[in-house]
Design a protein around this ligand. Structure first.
Ligand SMILES: Cc1cc2nc3c(=O)[nH]c(=O)nc-3n(C[C@H](O)[C@H](O)[C@H](O)COP(=O)(O)OP(=O)(O)OC[C@H]3O[C@@H](n4cnc5c(N)ncnc54)[C@H](O)[C@@H]3O)c2cc1C
Length: 502
């Protein structure tokens, strides 16, 4: 049968779960097609808090399995992509008026450390906030606190790197391609896809389908596959704001609020602080999710309760929102709904299989991919064993995963490259940066300058090799240069992309 179908596996959705499965499956020798209706990472997977974490807060909901799996994955991912995933220290300020008693926080951190096993990251500790200037930006009542480690990730780039890994292993990655409908046969699916640029429809066949459409999982099942799942989703909006940086230092703060939630203040793109998130039930348009005034007030008020510097709407440089596709459970309180995932296999009447993903986190994407493929193993017996745990993602294969040393090497190798570009290229592309700067002798060789140190060579690389198609793909997902780009610079970039037929 394998010979008669175009693909072993068709994956719907180019978020982290879809590309993670595509990379894993292609590396196991399966023929894979992934379709994404918009740009890769255009939805939830570029709108997260960007943490590779166990989720300290989930311990209060006894989510030990999830926290343990996520913490183990934390170490694996830090080694897999040392250019875009880095250790991050979290400081939790404490005062007798903050919500949880000190003993409870200590207990939570102790369990967190234990569940992490033999982690390369330092264990948690109680600290004096006056050490290392942690207290400096905070109100004077905060003198004590706790420190623990987690990871920071460039979420959108993690998606791109997995898509690159999938393509390296032969997968066909098709952004701007909508899954429209499918007919099920005994041993295969016939699938109608649509190119969303020229609207052209075309048909492919595949043995299995994986529905990794995040918040759209249920609507795909109901509207295009006529399948009634056993599980369902609760959609929960989360928003972040970005303001000029509130403090110096590489650490983040985790702030407790009296509604029992926590929010993070995270160093972002050298000059900013990223603040989030909210948790609100969402039933509106999934293609148009944005922050509301009450969410802005909520985030600002928590920051203002802890920091000396007060912030308001006027300070916001950028805001973004995403919708968590959470597996529906018993609780209606968005903060209490599990962040775990469920895989639902449907192969009614022995017909071709369909696997749908409900829930998940960026942190657990690799493990989710392994589990998804093990569920499909009986249908795809030629599948080779798991392989992703010990392989770096594209660009991450530099000596000992030492990013600082890699930056120094890059600077030595290309002495004409401005320091700011060395840092940005290293932290964005790792050693894939050579694809942009190889054979160049001076900054002029990088071609047209669009502003903010974005040069033609980088744009050409992104359009040719990383599926970028619009200025937004480049400025907000492949990079975050959109934070600085003026409207004139944007027009220049748009004109250039439009003038070229990449
Ligand atoms: C505010 C917020 C903060 C978060 N913070 C963290 C965090 O710090 N750490 C963490 O680990 N996790 C975090 N998460 C969770 C994490 O972001 C999500 O679990 C994850 O991104 C979901 O990925 P996905 O691939 O399932 O979905 P998505 O990224 O939404 O991808 C699904 C894709 O399917 C595509 N699609 C839909 N319909 C079709 C169709 N018909 N044809 C083709 N394509 C289609 C969509 O366009 C979309 O791109 C956070 C989530 C939110 C919202």
């Amino acid at each position: 049968m394998t010979q008669q179908v175009d693909y072993d596996l068709l994956i719907i959705g180019g978020g982290i779960n879809g590309v993670g499965i595509a990379a894993d499956a292609a590396g196991r020798g399966l023929s894979v097609l992934l379709c994404e209706q918009h740009d890769l990472a255009s939805s939830t997977s570029s709108s997260s808090s960007k943490l590779i974490h166990g989720g300290l807060r989930y311990l209060e909901h006894f989510e030990f399995r999830l926290v343990r799996e996520a913490l183990r994955e934390r170490d694996i991912l830090l080694a897999k992509a040392p250019h875009i995933i880095t250790p991050l220290e979290f400081i939790m300020p404490y005062s007798p008026t903050t919500l949880r008693p000190a003993w409870l926080i200590r207990l939570g951190l102790f369990i967190y450390d234990r569940l992490a096993g033999n982690s390369r990251l330092a264990r948690s500790k109680a600290i004096n906030l006056h050490d290392n200037n942690y207290a400096k930006p905070l109100k004077s009542k905060f003198n004590k606190g706790f420190s623990y480690m987690d990871g920071w990730v460039d979420d959108a780039r993690l998606v791109i790197l997995n898509a690159l890994a999938a393509r390296e292993h032969g997968a066909n990655i098709m952004p701007r391609t909508r899954f429209c409908s499918a007919q099920r046969h005994a041993k295969y699916w016939q699938v109608q896809l649509q190119n969303t640029i020229n609207q052209q429809l075309f048909t492919v066949t595949t043995q299995c389908i994986i529905n990794a459409a995040g918040p759209w999982v249920e609507s795909i099942l109901a509207n295009t596959l006529n399948v009634h799942p056993q599980h369902s989703l609760t959609l929960v909006k989360g928003s972040h704001i970005v303001v000029p940086k509130l403090y110096d230092g590489d650490h983040a703060y985790i702030l407790q609020h009296h509604d029992k939630r926590v929010i993070f203040v995270i160093p972002f793109q050298q000059q900013f602080s990223l603040i989030g998130t909210t948790d609100l039930p969402y039933n509106d348009d999934l293609n148009n999710v944005s922050i509301s005034e009450p969410e802005i007030d909520y985030l600002c008020s928590i920051v203002n309760a802890y920091f000396q510097q007060s912030i308001s709407k006027q300070d916001i440089s950028w805001a973004y929102s995403g919708v968590r596709p959470l597996q529906a459970g018993e609780s209606t309180d968005p903060t209490k709904i599990s962040r775990d995932y469920t895989l639902e296999l449907n192969h009614a009447d022995d017909q071709a299989p369909l696997l749908s993903l409900f829930g998940g986190k960026i942190t657990t994407y690799r493990k989710l991919a392994e589990r998804a493929l093990s569920v499909l193993q009986p249908f795809l017996p030629s599948m080779q064993p798991p392989w992703t745990a010990n392989q770096t993602l594209p660009g991450g294969d530099f000596a000992q995963g030492d990013l600082q040393r890699f930056k120094q090497q890059l600077a030595q190798q290309y002495p004409w490259l401005p320091a700011q570009l060395v840092t940005r290229y290293a932290e964005t592309y790792g050693n894939l940066a050579s694809q942009i700067i190889n054979n160049k002798q001076s900054i002029n060789d990088l071609g047209q300058h669009f502003g903010q140190q974005l040069y033609q060579a980088e744009v050409d690389y992104l359009c040719k090799y990383e599926w970028a198609y619009t200025a937004a793909d480049i400025l907000w997902r492949r990079t975050k240069l959109g934070l600085w780009f003026s409207s004139t610079e944007l027009s220049k970039l748009t004109d250039y992309i439009d003038s070229k037929a990449f």
